[in-house]
Design a protein around this ligand. Structure first.
Ligand code: CU
Length: 163
């Protein structure tokens, strides 16, 4: 009887450790500043998964009507956003969500996202666990986005930007 109890406790402890959300490390999260009339914004971050391979399968936020997982694809030289069903989190790797690449799309903004604000974002993971985040709103430099997209289109480094 005592042994059974120990086994049950171990299994509970193991489940807690295996929980993807509690193991997932979120670095440098931010949401792009936008006014409500622009309707859309996006959230970016680095996701480091020290456990077994998992995925972000959906997300939600009180500031947006719909939250989708997106990537950019090169469609005959034009970068286009595509909705994807999940963002893979390979074991032991860091996945970067960044302008011009993978991102969490915030559609139908319910309010302005001003620089300095913080927004709630919940990531739902493939094991059913949820990662609750409070992420800062930042202005995304447009020339920086263009540099990244330029880099992705032809694989070369962008020309130096002059100010
Ligand atoms: Cu998008």
């Amino acid at each position: 009887m005592k042994l059974l109890y120990v086994l049950a406790t171990c299994s509970l402890a193991f489940n807690a450790v295996a929980d993807v959300a509690s193991q997932l490390v979120v670095e440098n999260p931010f949401a792009r500043a936008a006014i409500m009339q622009q309707r859309n914004s996006a959230a970016f971050m680095q996701l480091r998964n020290p456990t077994e391979t998992a995925a972000v399968v959906s997300a939600s936020s009180p500031v947006a009507g719909i939250v989708e997982l997106h990537t950019h694809i090169n469609d005959q030289g034009v970068m286009r956003m595509r909705k994807i069903s999940q963002i893979e989190l390979p074991a032991g790797q860091t996945v970067s969500l960044q302008p011009g690449g993978l991102h969490v799309m915030l559609l139908g903004l319910k309010r302005d996202l001003n620089p300095g604000d913080e927004i709630e974002l919940t990531l739902i993971l493939s094991d059913g666990s949820e990662k609750q985040l409070l992420i800062p709103v930042q202005r995304v430099m447009m020339h920086k986005m263009k540099q990244m997209q330029g880099h992705q289109i032809d694989g070369s480094l962008p020309p130096m930007m002059k100010h």
